[in-house]
Design a protein around this ligand. Sequence first.
Ligand code: F0G
Length: 366
Amino acid sequence: MSINEPNLEQSRGVIARYRAFLPVSESTPIISLGEGNTPLLSSARLSKKVGRDCEVFIKNEGVNPTGSFKDRGMTVAVSKAVERNTRALICASTGNTSASAAAYAARAGISCVVVLPAGKIARGKLLQAVAYGAKIVAIDGNFDDALRVVREIGEDNDFAIVNSINPDRIAGQKTAAFEIVDLLGDAPDLQLLPLGNAGNLTAYWAGYREYHGSRRSTKLPAMIGFQAAGAAPIFHNRVVEKPETIASAIRIGNPASWKQARAAIDESHGAVDVVTDEEILDAQRWLARNEGIFVEPASAASIAGFFKSCDSKDGAYSFEKIPPGSRIICTVTGHGLKDPDAVAKDVVDLAPVAANPEAVRRAIAL
Ligand code: F0G
């Protein structure tokens, strides 16, 4: 490489970095926005909370190109869709899948239809889909209804469905597990995740298993998923007809990858648990104020779940039984700016004061 040639290695995205593990070939056109390679941050405060020399890491997926982990799967799903000459993408979404699909469709130069539950999408995510130029259809129903409609429309071949029922999405999302193992030098002992449509937990488990199978790790983590208390079908083992939670991204009553996630949790000797909206918002605030990581409410479910597993003996998974020196990963899945209304009540009175140091000093002292 000459000195004047740009070195875009770090911006090449997950397909370039993990090609051998992904369903792509030389003839697949790569549609990437430079996703992946997200920070894995050691948290001294969370580590101290567990004690016994355990180390806790936060995998911050909110810094992906459209602000969520969905981009890892979308680069693969859209690349494969373009390879198959698909002219339009379609997805149902609680907001992040649609933002990601819209962005990757724009990058690919194809159109994108997003089907959303009317009035249930966080403002920032809806604006993303608008900005990227997707065709947006709001339906009178919830996410589960939207996904049902999308599945039916996707049956005629005009559209590629880019929800996580598309195996290319899961393939791309497993790269998060690869990155964690590559950075730690081995698999962690516990992997904590928010659990919604259940594709991501399924994908992480596939990634950990695949790396283990190729001897890049010596062990497998226990997979622990956290659902919102009002939207916890896997925890209760029954469909929730009217899921309700402030964490709109995981407001799902009938997850598409239910069986796969359940199998991953069981095989890995993990657990599924619930966290309340109050615990979610407390965890969101804690993470922003103590670690400088601002996540959307659904993402904070893994942190809320972490606290619950530390504190309570009635949780589905207690950290008391984990061996000393365990490594724990809490994945946070989406950026806080996507859902500004969730923190709006923390915004204090911003009535202006005079533009001089005295007035500002007085205001600070309040
Ligand atoms: N966290 C965020 C920020 C999400 O957007 C989602 C899912 C999840 C966690 C749960 O992941 O569904 O794989 O179990 N969002 C989907 C969407 C459903 O449409 O954006 P999962």
